[in-house]
Design a protein. Structure first.
Length: 458
């Protein structure tokens, strides 16, 4: 639709403009409900599965263009709504927004559903978010199993920000946190002794306390690396597997790496049978030590250890692919390098014969019949087990919407009218009139509903 046509839909009067926005907000709410209802049916039927799609969230990411994190939230909400009829009905009518529903479904139960819904109807999305956050905190503090809950909730996330800075975010149990902080404080003190006036470093700019902590954390890391020489050894990406394949000498056919021979993988004192497909997958991004044996299991020859994929090629591959190349996949961290033409079939360890794949899709390529076909120097086409080509992206992802400028209603309004919904400019407007929210009372009421013996007063 052209800009001129878009402007024709904007009311000239400010009151009418405001009413039009709130009216459409109600229609959007109702459409979001229908979307999630259909999504729940898609999940229940398993209709999202196929063509290597890992989960309903990945399906939404691929087919609807929704960010993977937001898609996971929509899947969670779609499942939760089926157990919350009052919230579901209010959402269906367009009265409450997806933002409110998303927050409520994090803590809503059949016992506190009506209470949360009243807050959503008479308050803002911020009120609902704050109430749910405070309730979850209060719930964790009254949990008899909170020690286990804290242990299960521990986490450490690391990612590089847009400016290249590494961002860390973590949660530890109180006792682990105390040990960590003691080590941090000791290292900060060791790295920053009192400075005398005669010290040459006295004129240097003073570090901030957060900067000192960063330096202390790096020092702790270096200390750990230095003390690992005789203990646990950190492994490079190419060394995450050391595959020892035992080949039976009686079946040798002139090629010691032939995948047609019977082979097994060494696991401690045992040799475990290994299928050719699994052997190929493990050897894609690993070091290889071939061992030739006679019929009695005596070792005849040990091949020289060689890296399947040199670090320089691995770095170039990471720069080119960024993550898993399988259509619709967003994984960028836990990925393997895969030979399009496998090394045992004569494929070379070259950039134009390699792609990055996550563990899930790597398994599909080797064991489920999916294939990669090289199309040009750096272009690869993925084929399903049936031999059909998978599109690299959904284009166009959406059919262009058409609007009738002469009509007074949009298609979504006609559709809602057809299913019996009456939505006007007041439907989605909150009933809040500026009064103060008593979070203590509200959290107490929710806890009382969960634990009848608990007093609502705090």
């Amino acid at each position: 639709m052209s800009q001129l046509s878009s402007l024709a839909l904007i009311p000239a009067d400010n009151t009418a403009l405001s009413d039009e926005i709130t009216r459409l907000a109600g229609h959007i709410n109702a459409a979001q409900h229908r979307f999630l209802t259909l999504l729940a049916a898609l999940i229940e039927r398993g209709a999202w599965a196929g063509n290597g799609i890992k989960s309903p969230a990945h399906w939404l990411n691929y087919y609807c263009g929704i960010d993977l994190g937001a898609a996971r939230e929509k899947v969670r909400v779609a499942k939760s709504l089926q157990q919350l009829p009052a919230i579901d009905d209010a959402f269906r009518s367009g009265t409450i927004s997806y933002s409110k529903v998303r927050a409520m479904t994090r803590s809503s139960t059949p016992e506190n559903e009506q209470m949360l819904l009243q807050v959503a109807l008479h308050g803002t999305a911020q009120h609902v978010e704050q109430l749910v956050r405070k309730y979850r905190r209060a719930e964790s503090l009254t949990d008899n199993l909170r020690d286990q809950s804290r242990y299960d909730a521990r986490e450490l996330t690391c990612f590089f920000d847009d400016d290249g800075m590494l961002v860390l975010r973590g949660r530890m149990t109180p006792e682990d946190g105390a040990v960590f902080m003691k080590a941090m404080d000791a290292m900060v003190a060791a790295q920053n002794p009192p400075v005398s006036q005669d010290d040459d470093t006295a004129s240097l700019p003073e570090k901030t306390f957060p900067q000192k902590r960063v330096d202390a954390l790096l020092a702790l890391t270096e200390q750990a690396m230095n003390t690992m020489a005789d203990g646990l050894q950190p492994l490079s990406s190419a060394d995450k597997y050391q595959v020892v394949i035992h080949i039976e000498g009686g079946n040798q056919r002139g090629h010691e790496h032939s995948h047609e021979q019977h082979c097994s993988i060494e696991s401690g004192a045992h040799h475990l049978p290994l299928s050719p497909a699994t052997a190929r997958r493990l050897c894609c991004d690993a070091s290889l030590v071939p061992a030739l044996e006679d019929a009695s299991g005596n070792v005849l020859n040990i091949g020289r250890k060689t890296r399947a994929i040199p670090p320089s090629i691995r770095r170039a591959l990471q720069i080119r692919d960024h993550g898993c190349r399988f259509p619709g996949c967003c994984e960028s961290r836990y990925v393997d390098a895969h030979h399009v033409q496998h090394w045992c079939d004569g494929g070379e360890t070259r950039l134009d014969n390699l792609v990055l794949l996550c563990r899930h899709h790597h398994r599909l390529l080797h064991q489920e019949g999916y294939e990669i076909v090289k199309r040009g120097e750096q272009r690869f086409e993925f084929l399903t087990p049936a031999g059909d080509a998978m599109p690299a992206a959904q284009a166009p992802q959406f059919v262009a919407a058409t609007y009738d400028i002469t009509s007074e209603s949009l298609a979504i309004e006609s559709e809602h009218e057809g299913i019996g919904l009456t939505i006007d400019s007041r439907t989605a407007v909150t009933r809040w009139q500026g009064e103060k929210m008593d979070y203590d009372l509200a959290v107490g009421a929710m806890l009382k509903g969960r634990m009848p013996g608990l007093s609502a007063g705090r």
